[in-house]
Every structure is written in C-alpha cells, then in structure tokens.
Design a protein around this ligand. Structure first.
Ligand SMILES: Cc1cc2nc3c(=O)[nH]c(=O)nc-3n(C[C@H](O)[C@H](O)[C@H](O)COP(=O)(O)OP(=O)(O)OC[C@H]3O[C@@H](n4cnc5c(N)ncnc54)[C@H](O)[C@@H]3O)c2cc1C
Length: 390
C-alpha cells in the first residue's frame, strides 16, 4: 500500500528542525536584508557558525552523513524534508557535518586531509567541472592534466565555481586521456589552493558568488587523484545527481514561505473597497501556486525515495529538478505581483528570492538540459510512461 505518512520519529525530527529554523535562523533575516541594503555580505560567517554549533549541540549535525563519521544518516527522504525546512528562510544557513558525496570515495590518507576536515567545517571544498567552453556540454571539458614523474600537471580554466573564491581545495575534473575524453579519459583531482590555482570572484544577480579558477602549470601529487585515473566523469555525474533532489527541496521551502506571505497580505491589503483576497485574479494566483508547490513536493520526495532505495533516480530527479526550479520562479513572480509595489522593494525579501531562485533554472543542469534528459529517456526507452510502484 502507498503510505504518505511520516513515522512519529520522522515527524518529531521535522518539527524540531522547523522550530529551530523559526527560533534561531529566521530572527537573522532582518540583519541579512539590512546588510545587503548597505552593500555588505549577507551575514558574518561567525554568526552562521554559532547557529550551526547550536544545532550541533541540539543533535543536528551531518543529517545525511554516515554514522561511522558521526552523522545522523537520516537518508535522502528525510534530508529532502529537512532541506524544505531550511529553505523556508533566505538566511544562507545549512546544518554542519556534511561533505560532497564523492569525497566518501577518498582513500584513507585523503579522508584525513579532505573528507574529515570538510565534515568538521575546518576546510571548504568546491566542485569544478564547468569551463568557459563547456557548461551544459560538460563532456567537452578541455582542462588538461599531464603525468610528469610522480605528479600531474594541470592547465586550464574553470568558471562559475560555487565557493571557488573561499575554498581551501577543489575537486577539479581534467582530461587525462584526450582520445577518450568523457568516456574514460577524465580524472578528478583534489587540489589544495596552495598548490597554485588562482580564483577570481564573479559578481552575479544573487548572493550566490561563484568564481573562475585558473590552473597554470599546477603540480599535483599522484596521491591526490580521487578514485581511479580516467574514471572521473561518472564521479562528476554522481555529484551533480545529488543536487537534483536537494535543489527542488530547497525551492519548495522558499515557495511555501512566500506563498504564506501572499495569503496573509491578500487578506489585509484593501483595494476598491475589498481585501484583494476577494478578487478571483488573486485567488487563482494563490491556487496555482499551491498546486505547483505540491506537485514539486511529491516529485522531489519520489526522487529522494528512489535514491534512498538505491534505485536509478536519474529520470525522477530530472523531473523533480525541472518542476521545482520552474515552480519556484513562478511562485516568486506571483507573490511579488500580489504585493504590488511593496513586493518590488528591498523592505521585503521577495525581490531577493526572485533574484536568488532564478539560478535554480540554470545550475546543475538547465531547464533545457533536464527536458532533453527526460525526452531522451522516453524516446530511447530508458524510462516508460504509466509506471507506478515498480
Ligand atoms: C551561480 C552559479 C553557480 C554555479 N556553480 C557551479 C559549480 O559549483 N561547479 C560547476 O562546475 N559549475 C557551476 N555552475 C555552472 C553551471 O552548471 C552552468 O552555468 C550550467 O551548466 C549551464 O552552462 P553554461 O552557463 O555554459 O550555459 P550553456 O551550456 O552555454 O547554455 C546556454 C543556453 O543554451 C541552452 N542549451 C545548451 N545546450 C543545449 C542543448 N543541447 N539543447 C537545448 N538547449 C541547450 C542552455 O539550457 C542555456 O539556456 C554554476 C553556475 C552559476 C550561474
């Protein structure tokens, strides 16, 4: 039987996180808006660290991290549910104790230098596949790594790398066998900043400040290959795959919070003798938004469930990511519209969400690339219509 309910324990975890976000994170929102109006960074990292430490003391650390590393190992479904909760606030908070999924593939020595310090929040990673000439077409990367004695020498440029200006090390993907390229000729390297790569921040329309990275004869010991030589491309796809249920989960939290703002505002804002909530034009925007949020929610939970079950989640995750990203942008636009001129100001966070959520339709696979994947899966018979509970 299909069961949509949470267990008592799951509900308790969800409610505890909801209370934590409401009490500890949302009170920082005014500070974020004030800082940004003054052209300052959204929030001092030390403030976020304090909140993260408080969450850790309350037992929330490593929500999707294996228990052998001290994590809660709640699984993909609960992770998606908790990301929906953190997504309700625009304060850039996330629980501590997590690391890029592919870092679990580190060998023992690499784990000590990269995985464990990342989990502990002592080191920051970034993930670099995109290049000026290879975004959606990631198979076309040109950054080159050439073996030289016991080292590899890397040359090339990466762009739009999240956290690239702040990271201590990068998981960078480079061609090691040009004859094979993405089909068995790309390797992932763990490269410390002090090995010589340079970063340059890229200003964007949201708070998300990526960077370009330049590798100019950067010498990396062979011991810094993550996984196997020439087997890096599937690692990159695995890293990107995880985001495809986390991104829509975040979008759902933000959209629900915004829609609640619209519902509340529609009841108190009067126009032509009535609350605007009385007008069908407003009601339909509210209704359509909830329908889209709910559809994104169940698609996301289904994708997360497939991940948790160890099933192939790629098709379901593409559907969830596409629907979540498009939904969040439509809801932000409607909520802004319902607030009229006020929605366009920096007094409220709506214009901020509007700019921020725009990114969801671009990174980790654009809308067009998700559509391409979904259509190709159907056309080639990798996915079928009408399936349920297989
Ligand atoms: C803020 C931000 C953070 C990012 N963080 C990271 C990161 O941490 N690490 C990383 O490696 N990358 C990162 N990226 C890169 C991101 O994944 C790419 O921007 C994205 O994959 C799109 O690539 P592109 O920008 O080169 O656009 P292009 O690939 O040039 O696409 C341009 C347009 O053409 C469309 N298009 C392209 N190919 C096709 C096709 N075959 N069919 C139909 N339409 C197509 C696209 O959908 C898009 O609309 C980030 C990007 C941004 C903006």
């Amino acid at each position: 039987m299909v069961d949509f309910s949470l267990s008592d324990e799951e509900r308790q975890i969800r409610d505890t996180v909801r209370t934590f976000i409401t009490r500890e994170v949302m009170p920082l929102e005014q500070e974020v808006l004030r800082n940004e109006r003054a052209g300052a960074p959204a929030i001092d990292p030390s403030v976020l660290r304090e909140v993260r430490d408080k969450a850790r003391r309350a037992g929330f650390w490593g929500i999707n991290t294996p228990e052998e590393y001290g994590g809660m190992n709640l699984g993909a479904v609960m992770t998606a549910i908790l990301v929906m909760e953190t997504g309700r606030s625009f304060v850039p908070f996330s629980f501590g104790g997590s690391a890029d999924n592919i870092l679990y593939g580190c060998d023992d020595e690499q784990k000590k230098r990269y995985l464990i310090p990342t989990l502990e929040g002592e080191r920051r990673s970034c993930f670099a596949i995109t290049e000026p000439g290879a975004g959606s077409d990631a198979r076309n990367i040109r950054t080159r790594a050439v073996r030289d004695g016991g080292d590899w020498v890397i040359n090339g440029e990466k762009t739009f790398i999240t956290g690239g200006a702040e990271a201590d090390f990068v998981m960078v993907f480079a061609v090691t066998d040009p004859g094979r390229g993405a089909d068995g000729g790309v390797t992932c390297f763990l490269v410390d900043r002090d090995m010589g790569w340079k970063s340059e921040p890229i200003p964007t329309m949201g708070q998300w400040g990526p960077a370009s990275l330049v590798f100019d004869d950067v010498r990396v010991p062979a011991a810094n290959v993550l996984g196997e030589v020439d087997q890096g491309f599937p690692l990159a796809m695995r890293w990107i795959g995880q985001g495809r249920y986390i991104i829509p989960a975040h979008a759902i939290g933000a959209a629900e919070r915004m829609l609640q703002m619209a519902v509340d505002y529609a009841k108190i804002r009067h126009s032509m003798g009535h609350p605007i909530a009385d007008y069908q034009a407003i009601q339909w925007q509210i209704a359509d938004s909830q329908v889209e949020i709910e559809s994104a929610k169940w698609l996301t939970l289904y994708a997360a469930w497939r991940v948790q079950q160890g099933r192939d989640a790629r098709h379901a995750s593409s559907i969830a990511k596409l629907q979540g990203a498009v939904m969040a942008n439509q809801v932000a636009d409607r909520v802004l519209q319902i607030h009229g001129g006020l929605g366009y100001t920096k007094e409220l966070p709506i214009e901020r969400w509007y700019r921020e959520l725009r990114l969801l339709r671009i990174f980790e696979g654009t809308d067009e690339i998700q559509r391409r994947t979904i259509a190709r899966n159907l056309l080639k018979g990798h996915a079928r219509l009408g399936g349920i509970g297989e």
